[in-house]
Design a protein around this ligand. Structure first.
Ligand SMILES: C[S@@+](CC[C@H](N)C(=O)[O-])C[C@H]1O[C@@H](n2cnc3c(N)ncnc32)[C@H](O)[C@@H]1O
Length: 273
């Protein structure tokens, strides 16, 4: 089976999320990362086992946000609770979508803080900017760009958040290198993402409905952690949202049947490199 190039994967991902943004209408359907908005099959497969990864996401308060924002939530976790933000911080959201996590972050960092959302899909950026006008927050900015080549200056960010996006990238090593570059020394990453225990086959990876639905682009935890370590991160932690007491960052690459997890990922740029 022919493998797609990174550029083709970006195009497929952008087409899916552009379509979701364009077709989004309040009261017509609730968006979800895993689903095509037309029928309820999950990520191009008939298997509903993945649906739990993408539901009941937040313990952070979303009640103040308009439905235009909450109904366009496409994440797989709650990076806001994970990030423990404080007033005055500069926050970067990788793959900001309709802006939900940016708005919550902006409220937490307050008027002395600043939030940058980066997304490559023009229709999503348009939704996010409209939503920003609705929520009335001025300390947020949405920039168009790829998370593998961030439009952000070196050493300027305190905390990087992201919600169900890095799994979609065809080059996770580049994403973590860029994340490391833009963080200040001592800066942190606090990310929700889909990872696996076990590896998808090349045939499964070539299924673009499943890749763009946040499943088959996901990497085995051991490979994910190795990419973070190679980028320079330390104090790396990966925990399954469904089983948070178990630390997964030290595990070997898994060889059994593929298990798909919604992970809570944290790490630090120690600044020693
Ligand atoms: C599953 S949605 C998540 C959106 C948002 N984080 C949320 O929780 O609602 C993925 C988003 O990431 C964006 N995205 C995916 N891959 C990207 C990349 N390589 N560079 C920039 N944006 C990307 C998509 O355009 C889409 O808006």
């Amino acid at each position: 089976m022919t493998q797609l190039t990174p550029e083709q994967i970006h195009e497929e991902v952008q087409a899916r999320y552009g379509r979701i943004a364009d077709e989004f209408k309040l009261g017509v359907q609730t968006a979800a990362c895993c689903g095509d908005g037309v029928n309820n099959t999950c990520c191009g497969s008939d298997d509903a086992q993945y649906d739990t990864l993408f539901s009941n996401l937040y313990s952070a308060d979303t009640g103040w946000l308009p439905e235009d924002v909450t109904a366009l939530s496409l994440g797989c976790g709650d990076p806001i609770t994970l990030a423990q933000l404080t007033p005055g911080q500069t926050v970067l959201d990788l793959g900001s979508g309709g802006g939900i996590d940016c708005f919550m972050a902006a409220r937490q960092v307050g008027p002395d803080g600043y939030v940058i959302g980066v997304d490559m899909t023009p229709a999503m950026l348009e939704k996010a900017r409209r939503n920003q006008a609705k929520v009335g927050l001025t300390n947020v900015e949405f920039r168009q760009g790829q998370i593998e080549a961030l439009p952000v200056t070196d050493n300027t960010v305190d905390v990087i958040i992201s919600n169900c996006v890095i799994n979609l990238s065809p080059d996770k090593a580049a994403v973590f290198h860029e994340a490391y570059r833009v963080l200040k020394p001592g800066g942190r990453i606090a990310v929700s993402d889909v990872v696996t225990q076990g590896q998808f086959t090349p045939e499964e990876r070539a299924n673009m409905a499943a890749w763009t639905g946040c499943i088959t682009g996901a990497e085995d935890v051991a490979d994910y952690v190795a990419a973070m370590r190679a980028a320079g991160f330390s104090a790396i932690s990966v925990r399954d949202k469904a089983n948070p007491d178990v630390e997964l960052s030290g595990v070997q690459r898994y060889t059994g049947e593929v298990k798909v997890l919604s992970a809570r990922v944290t790490a630090v740029k120690s600044g020693d490199r």
